[in-house]
Design a binder for this molecule. Structure first.
Ligand code: SAM
Length: 288
């Protein structure tokens, strides 16, 4: 594939410009100044749900020129119908999904790819994404994470999918529809150990925003909660070092009971296992 560079602002006088515009996930004040400005200027706005977007534009006091329905099954035909015109007439176009950022468990990517293939300028104006807020608030590793979007809906397929994640070290994030949350949490119970931590982030940016910090073992108690609103599930990655630490400690304690000193045990085990003598010594003295 030939290299393609896009400088949407330098080149904006030719070939039209398509923005993927992020919108609030609950709190209208999260719309950015740039998003407002571009939506107000746009010659054409493609919307996943025109009623929803018309309401948003109305509450932002934006009088739009043209609003076109573009839900996921329509993305291709919308691209075929409108992109040439956007290019030839050098129009300013926006795509807006129902909530949050386009392309994040939402349509938008296909339109972007088609626009790119026609040399239309493309850019995005970011809005909030539920998974990013949930990740930050989880307190889990934010440098190494995977966003999976929605899990398979059928029980067996969901369990098979989750089983592949048991040894993943990175933080994992999932979107889930409220009516499927319980069933999904039950699948988590089936697959993951009780000590694994997870966070349920609910109704982000809204009045009843809520974070539930728990272990897989707490799911049984959680099931009696009223499940309402939108959720992101954040699952902590496998903490290998910790579980190995437990294994070393168990072994060390047996030796200590047998009469060895902490120092001797640290030395012996560091020759058998991939663990530093000083690290094990500290673990043992800290636990005393
Ligand atoms: N494009 C959106 C984004 O950037 O986050 C995601 C849209 S996806 C169709 C909808 C899912 O996102 C919901 O089922 C829920 O899992 C999550 N979600 C969206 N808004 C949320 C909110 N305010 N609080 C918690 N989760 C939310």
């Amino acid at each position: 594939m030939a290299i393609k560079k896009v400088q949407p602002y330098v080149n904006s006088k030719n070939n039209g410009l398509l923005y993927l515009v992020g919108t609030p996930i609950g709190n209208l004040k999260d719309i950015s100044l740039r998003a407002k400005e571009i939506l107000a200027k746009a010659d054409i706005i493609f919307a996943e749900d025109t009623r929803n977007t018309a309401n948003l534009l109305h509450s932002l006091n934006i009088t739009y020129k043209k609003l076109v329905s573009c839900f996921s099954y329509k993305e291709e035909s919308v691209a075929n119908t409108y992109l040439e015109e956007i290019k030839n007439k050098n129009l300013l176009a926006c795509f807006v999904s129902d909530a949050g950022n386009p392309g994040i468990s939402d349509p938008g990517s296909l339109l972007l790819t088609k626009a790119l293939s026609l040399d239309i300028n493309v850019s995005t104006i970011l809005g909030p994404s539920a998974f990013l807020q949930a990740l930050i608030m989880s307190g889990f590793d934010t440098a190494d994470f995977t966003f999976y979007g929605f899990l398979p809906t059928k029980k067996q397929a969901k369990i098979a999918f989750l089983e592949k994640l048991i040894n993943k070290k990175e933080t994992m994030l999932f979107y889930e529809a409220p009516h499927r949350l319980l069933e999904t949490l039950e699948a988590f119970q089936e697959v993951f150990p009780k000590t694994k931590r997870l966070v349920l982030a609910r109704e982000l940016t809204k009045l009843y925003e809520e974070y539930t910090y728990m272990n897989i073992g707490d799911i049984e108690d959680f099931k009696s909660s009223l499940i309402k609103g939108e959720y992101v599930i954040v699952l902590e990655g496998n903490q290998i070092e910790e579980s190995n630490d437990d294994k070393y400690l168990e072994c060390a304690n047996k030796l200590i009971k047998g009469g060895y000193s902490i120092s001797e045990v640290s030395k012996i085990l560091s020759t058998i296992y991939p663990i530093k003598k000083n690290y094990l010594y500290k673990l043992l003295t800290d636990k005393k």
